[in-house]
Design a protein around this ligand. Sequence first.
Ligand SMILES: [Zn+2]
Length: 72
Amino acid sequence: MSTAELENETETPRELNALDRCDICGAQAYVRVELSTGELLFCAHHANEKRAAIEPIAIAWHDETSKLESSK
Ligand SMILES: [Zn+2]
């Protein structure tokens, strides 16, 4: 028995924080990608590397890499 399906999850965009980690290398994530199958998190480096391959199939591409530049 589960009540989970009663919860109505709305798609609220949330900001990435220090607890969000790149799915590839484990560094802090600055890009969140929504796919039909789920969500992927990437650091700035891997976002750049994977963007060409993943962006065409992504539902949404949230890029917060501007935070990197402003935190210097
Ligand atoms: Zn990475």
